[in-house]
Every structure is written in structure tokens, then in C-alpha cells.
Design a protein around this ligand. Structure first.
Ligand SMILES: *Cc1c(COP(=O)(O)O)cnc(C)c1O
Length: 317
């Protein structure tokens, strides 16, 4: 399936006030279940698994992971088995995200934090591979070099759709940002907003992901127009204050665009703060990538972490 996601203009009084224009690439609209960057990152991994006659895909995630949710659905529809190593207690299996994943045939294995921390260790991966013969192992968040290729198609599509100065995207594991940096090839400013605390270490992950692709050329020599902002995490991964929640919801209602407070909402808060700080020059053309993840609202709602009325919680099965 090849889908070019739509591009829309975002209208908000602050944008006119600060003399900038804002457009949004609606990757959240790619598909009702596997949307956003998780689809982009899985696309060529699914092809790889099929071409190599793999039985299924094994991956890793937290109990509300957008990646796990997308992976389960995508595997089912590509006749692949799926298995996830989940950080946390087995009682999570009945939450919205994992119930959906189970309903699509995904097998779940719950591990404690110490075990989960080994998810990048060669020995642990070897062990998992020996236990799951002919499964293709994909890292947490789907972020590997095949993922970068899929994400790069955002840039190809944008080249046909519009012109812009700065692209903004939320950053978790950094696979998406790396794919954008690589495909853009220094044509635009690329601004990543880290959604977790202490995100400076992500610069190394980005370097590693890009190095795998760019035959050893040093990251900063090859790509000079990207930046990772690490001060907009709002207290840490999936953390947000009542005021943050209010600002995201207000922005959603004003622009009639859906956001959630873990990823896309933090990009919006960063955009609003940067505008107030006068970060963007007059006439600047900003391009937001909506990375999807709206299924996460179901889990937040279930945990009673959304305090305000007005959120549109999607049905995620
Ligand atoms: C996973 C995710 C991100 C972060 O993507 P990375 O490639 O892990 O940096 C951003 N937005 C949404 C909605 C996500 O689900």
C-alpha cells in the first residue's frame, strides 16, 4: 500500500501575530489503526520479513506503545505472526492498547525493568533469536535502518506538496528524526522536539542510525541543518501538567486538529513557546509532521490521566 498523506494549512491567531505560516503533514490520517510514523517505520520492515520468509516479527515496547499497537495490526494483515516483549506486569494485558494487540493475534511476554533494559544487548538478542526461530527482531519503536527508508518518504512526498523552511517533529527513540535528516539532505532546517527527559543522549543514537546509512561520513559534516531541542519534555516521557493539557486541548479545538499529550502535543507546546520567544524570523514557513499516536489517548483516558473534558478518544480496535 502506498499512501501520500495530506498536507493542510493550520490557522491560529498566534501565527498571524508572529508573521509565520504553519502547515501540517497529516500522517495521522494514513490509516485509522496503523498511522503516523509507526507505519512509515514498519513499511520496509514488513517487506523485509516477507521477502525473507520470516514467520513473524518480534519487538519491544511499553504497555501503551504506539509501535506495538501498529505492529500487531500490520503483522496480522501481512500474514505474519507477531510477538512483543513488554516492560511491566502481566496485568497490563487488559489495557486498551494491549487488548487490541492481542485481538490481532500478538503474543505478549511481560518482563521486569532489568530484563527490558537488555533490549539492545547482543547476547540477549541472540538468546531471544534462539527462542524464536525464524522471527525477525525489530528494535523498540521500530527504529532501524529500514525504518529510516520508510520515514524518508515523508520528504519525497513533501517535495511534491509544498515549500517550507523548518520542519518540526516530536522525538522518542529518534528513528523518525534520523530518517527525515537523511532524506532531506540539508535542504531544510529540521527541528526535533525530545519528549523525554535527558534527551541529549539521542544525538548519539541519531549519529549511529545515520552512520549505518552514510558509509561512515561524520554526522555533522554531512547534515548540518538539524537540531534536537531537549528542553520541551515537560517533566519526562508521558508527563504533562494540567496547564500543558489545557494548552494542547485548546490548540486542538482552535485548529480542529487532533493531538495527544505524549508526542504531537509536546511538539505543539514547543511550537507555541518558540513563537513566544521570537525563535522564528518573520515570514518563516513552518512544517509540522503529525506523527499519529492518537491511540495513546485511549490508554491515558483509561488511566484517568486526562483531566479535561473535550478530548476525542478514538476507538482503537
Ligand atoms: C513513536 C512516536 C514518536 C517518536 O518517534 P521516534 O522515531 O521513536 O523518535 C513520535 N510521535 C508518535 C505519535 C509516536 O508514536
Amino acid at each position: 500500500m502506498y499512501i501520500c498523506s495530506p498536507l493542510q494549512t493550520v490557522e491560529h491567531p498566534l501565527f498571524a501575530h508572529h508573521h509565520v505560516t504553519v502547515q501540517i503533514k497529516r500522517d495521522d490520517l494514513i490509516h485509522p489503526i496503523i498511522s503516523g510514523n509507526k507505519w512509515r517505520k514498519l513499511k520496509y520492515n514488513l517487506t523485509f520479513a516477507q521477502q525473507h520468509n520470516k514467520k513473524g516479527i518480534l519487538s519491544f515496547g511499553g504497555a501503551y506503545s504506539n509501535h506495538i499497537h501498529a505492529l500487531a495490526f500490520a503483522c496480522k494483515h501481512n500474514n505474519l505472526a507477531s510477538k512483543a516483549i513488554i516492560r511491566g506486569e502481566a496485568s497490563y494485558q487488559n489495557n486498551a492498547t494491549l487488548s487490541a494487540a492481542k485481538s490481532w493475534g500478538m503474543e505478549l511476554e511481560f518482563v521486569d525493568r532489568a530484563t527490558y533494559r537488555q533490549r539492545y544487548d547482543t547476547e540477549y538478542l541472540k538468546y531471544l533469536q534462539s527462542q524464536h526461530e525464524n522471527f525477525y527482531i525489530v528494535p523498540e519503536g521500530g527504529s532501524n535502518s529500514l525504518a529510516l527508508q520508510g520515514v524518508g518518504e515523508i520528504i519525497t512526498e513533501l517535495a511534491e506538496q509544498t515549500e517550507f523552511d523548518t520542519l518540526m517533529v516530536p522525538v522518542g527513540s529518534s528513528g523518525t528524526l534520523s530518517g527525515l535528516i537523511q532524506a532531506d539532505d540539508n535542504q531544510h532546517n529540521i527541528l526535533g522536539i525530545a519528549v523525554l527527559k535527558g534527551g541529549q543522549y539521542l544525538e548519539d543514537s541519531i549519529g549511529q542510525l545515520l552512520d549505518q546509512e552514510s558509509s561512515g561520513l561524520k554526522l555533522k559534516q554531512k547534515h548540518t541543518r538539524w537540531q534536537l531541542l531537549t528542553n520541551f519534555h515537560r517533566g519526562g516521557y508521558a508527563k504533562f501538567s494540567r496547564e500543558d493539557e489545557q494548552r494542547i486541548l485548546d490548540f486542538s479545538l482552535q485548529t480542529k486538529l487532533p493531538f495527544e499529550p505524549v508526542y504531537s502535543g509536546k511538539m505543539i507546546l514547543a511550537l507555541l513557546d518558540l513563537l513566544e520567544q521570537g525563535y522564528f524570523p518573520i515570514g518563516h514557513r513552518i512544517l509540522l509532521v503529525h506523527t499519529g499516536g492518537l491511540q495513546g489517548l485511549a490508554g491515558l483516558n483509561e488511566q484517568k490521566r486526562l483531566k479535561l473534558a473535550g478530548w476525542q478518544v478514538p476507538s482503537i480496535f
